[in-house]
Design a protein around this ligand. Structure first.
Ligand SMILES: NC(=O)c1ccc[n+]([C@@H]2O[C@H](COP(=O)([O-])OP(=O)(O)OC[C@H]3O[C@@H](n4cnc5c(N)ncnc54)[C@H](O)[C@@H]3O)[C@@H](O)[C@H]2O)c1
Length: 322
């Protein structure tokens, strides 16, 4: 079993790669090779199978064809630019998030090997005038370029699956919190940094009020779900391969109190509350209430409480100051 991860050098790509190394199997088969593709070749690491890092720009169709020539059995397509950057750089977002995805779908189709294709979509496909809570049949109505690029990719994934070119699964990820490392250009970046930086002893700015409400999942449960996304039976997916993953709705203020319960007052005192109109213009359009019944029925999972998210960060990812 060969597995390919695009965006394999990124946050979720790296976590998924290491989780696959711990398991050694996927879909009941031993993994023989894992290919990590990203703009810069990701480092190899110790695993019970070969790990190969390759430098590929997914906007380059010829390079994507070469990547796909190894005929991976399972493709995780995680490469993308995030919401803030896709909003600021329209052409780059279109080239990577939509045409890059199409390059992968077309290259997989050209191989004729009908791979499982797990696509990381986003709840940014929802927005505007749609019902609350969002249910499995709620119309997609993205209010950002990033969300539009993800929604368009989902339609293509469904059609490529319907035509039998590949076996697609499009998972609409909640905001994944607490993300380790450095702040990125996602408009949602503060939803991790207001926990990550204070837990590591640094100040952080919260650009929204304490009653801002959103839909979250921890990195640990997200990786569980990405693995399950490849393993779930195709016959169980029905006529729409794309659906929202489980998560939990939290208010930012309640999340901060959860951090206080787990880690005390010191990190909470490092948060500065400074409204930012640009960020609010994007994130206030996102939806917070979901009924992800299809995903729950298919066995996808969420966290129990936001304390879980904080504890998982402390166990898996914290990088204390030296
Ligand atoms: N993290 C979240 O909260 C979240 C939420 C919803 C959806 N998603 C989606 O999940 C996926 C992974 O997210 P992440 O948080 O790991 O992001 P990330 O930014 O950490 O990783 C994405 C990777 O894609 C790579 N990439 C960008 N352009 C590329 C190109 N042209 N060719 C090849 N590689 C390219 C980047 O170098 C990066 O390593 C993305 O598709 C993202 O849209 C993430």
């Amino acid at each position: 079993m060969k597995v390919l991860i695009t965006g394999g050098g990124g946050f979720l790509g790296q976590k998924l790669a290491h989780a696959l190394a711990s398991r050694g199997t996927l879909r009941g088969h031993t993994i023989s090779e894992l290919i990590l593709a990203d703009l810069a070749a990701p480092d190899s690491f110790d695993a019970p199978f070969t790990v190969t890092g390759v430098a590929v720009d997914i906007t380059d169709r010829a390079a994507v064809d070469t990547l796909m020539a190894g005929r991976p059995d399972v493709i995780y397509h995680l490469a993308a630019i995030v919401s803030g950057q896709a909003e600021a750089e329209f052409d780059t977002g279109l080239a990577i998030n939509l045409f890059g995805t199409l390059n992968l779908l077309e290259a997989a189709r050209a191989q004729g090997s009908h791979p499982v294709f797990v696509f990381a979509s986003s709840i940014a496909v929802y927005g505007g005038e749609i019902p609350d809570p969002i249910e499995d049949w709620t119309a997609l109505n993205p209010q950002t370029s990033y969300g539009t690029q993800k929604a368009a990719s989902e339609l293509l994934l469904n059609d490529f699956s319907r035509k039998g070119f590949l076996d697609g699964r499009g998972l609409r990820l909640p905001t994944i919190t607490v993300r380790p490392g450095k702040a990125n250009k996602a408009a949602s970046s503060f939803m991790s940094s207001i926990f990550r930086e204070p837990l590591q002893g640094d100040e952080a700015i919260c650009p929204v009020p304490a009653d801002y409400t959103h839909w979250f999942l921890s990195p640990r449960r997200c990786i569980d779900n990405l693995i399950h996304g490849a393993e779930v039976e195709a016959s169980a997916l029905g006529e729409n391969r794309c659906f929202a993953l489980p998560g939990r709705t939290h208010k930012i203020g309640d999340m901060v109190e959860a951090m206080r319960r787990v880690a005390g007052d010191d990190p909470v005192n490092l948060i500065r509350w400074e409204p930012d109109e640009t960020i609010q213009n994007i994130v206030l359009g996102w939806k917070a209430h979901f009924k992800p019944e299809k995903a729950l029925k298919l066995g996808f999972v969420s966290d129990e409480t936001f304390e879980d998210n904080i504890r998982f960060f402390l166990e898996d990812d914290i990088q204390p100051k030296r």
